[in-house]
Design a protein around this ligand. Structure first.
Ligand SMILES: Nc1ncnc2c1ncn2[C@@H]1O[C@H](COP(=O)(O)OP(=O)(O)OP(=O)(O)O)[C@@H](O)[C@H]1O
Ligand SMILES: [Mg+2]
Length: 335
């Protein structure tokens, strides 16, 4: 396919009545990339995915998957993609093998090929021994792994995962991450993943787009995104301050200190280089008789990059509600 992008969108707009879920998204994901779409609730992640998955039509603009238009060539696109939706959708009343078999039939795989592919995928997700158990008896992490396998049954070129570890405990999340890393290493598969977990994007993705209010506001490698913001490291000091001292003012006079905030006895600073600048900060506070009870310094994270671009942290409220809404709106509402 040469230099045809795995995903290319141009001025993509999606409106639901007066709600503008996507406001002119231009995105290019190359083949073989592990690409992360990072954004808070309601940013437009699921909407973008549903358009790429041919489940929603764009209002205006266009989207191509491996050069095929998602509206005009939806059959080709459906064969090229495997989708793991935001909600768990495996059939609980069937076994893992039966779930995979049904999908293999949907895609018209002949029996022999289907059986081979199912055995192979069950091995890859580490569920061979539970293959004949009802999915109702599975943990959340096991169900997620099964859904990844299900999305791969027809050997797609592009795997799309909408919040693959939402609601999973840390251990299951880690197992899903390992599975995705294995997929990336072994196959020339393009992976597009949405997440609101910063650490997930950092751990897995070669490039990340930050999406907010239907706009893509930055796209780069994790390193590149961090370099694109002026802040560097964060220092948190638990302090004991005399009533007449103003610790925020004391540190703000240092040119190395970018921001300073005092909340419940904790002075939080962003600085260029915490190792180099900590002694200066200590000295400035000591001069004002401010006692430092505890000091903690952390390096710049994607969360900080997000705050820089959007002015606020990735919200976590309403996750439960959105888990269901984003998961699969019934067709009659979705269009
Ligand atoms: N079928 C629909 N009808 C009306 N509004 C919708 C519909 N689907 C999405 N929206 C709205 O479009 C916006 C984007 O929603 P979307 O589900 O794409 O966000 P998201 O980034 O996936 O959020 P989350 O992290 O909560 O899953 C939201 O304001 C949402 O309420
Ligand atoms: Mg969503």
């Amino acid at each position: 396919m040469g230099d045809v992008a795995a995903i290319e969108t141009e001025s993509l707009v999606k409106r639901f009545g007066h709600i503008e879920a996507l406001r002119g998204v231009d995105l290019r994901v190359e083949q073989g990339e592990f690409f992360g779409l990072l954004g808070p609730n309601g940013a437009g992640k699921t909407t973008l995915i549903r358009i790429l998955a041919t489940l929603l039509r764009p209002t205006t603009g266009k989207a191509l998957v491996c050069g095929h238009d998602v509206v005009r060539e939806c059959t080709e696109v459906r064969h090229l993609i495997g989708v793991v939706p935001q909600a768990m959708t495996c059939d609980l009343d069937l076994t893992a093998r039966e779930n995979l078999d049904i999908y293999g039939r949907f895609y018209g795989l002949p029996k022999k090929e289907r059986t081979e592919q199912i055995d192979y995928l069950l091995g890859m997700i580490g569920l061979e021994e539970r293959a004949e158990s009802l999915v109702a008896t599975y943990s959340g992490g096991m169900r997620r792994r099964l859904e990844v396998a299900r999305a791969l049954i027809h050997r797609p070129a592009l795997l799309i995962l909408d919040e693959p570890t939402l609601g999973l405990d840390p251990q299951s999340r880690y197992v899903v991450w390992k599975l995705l890393e294995k997929l990336k290493e072994r196959y020339s598969l393009t992976i597009l993943l949405t997440t609101h977990y910063m650490e997930e994007a950092e751990a897995l993705c070669s490039r990340v787009a930050i999406i907010d209010h239907g706009n893509i506001i930055a796209v780069d490698t994790v390193e590149g995104l961090k370099k694109s913001v002026p802040e560097r490291d964060r220092v948190e000091l638990t302090i004991d301050s005399p009533p007449d001292a103003d610790p925020v003012q004391a540190v703000k006079t240092l040119k190395e200190v970018k921001t300073a905030e005092l909340k419940e006895g904790v002075l939080t600073l962003t600085v260029e280089n915490s190792q180099r600048e900590l002694p200066l900060i200590f000295e400035a506070l000591r001069k004002k008789d401010v006692k430092i009870k505890e000091a903690k310094s952390t390096h710049l994270t994607l969360e900080d990059v997000f705050i820089h671009y959007t002015g606020r942290p990735v919200r976590d409220e309403a996750r439960k509600v959105s888990f269901f809404i984003g998961a699969g709106v019934p067709r009659k509402w979705g269009r």
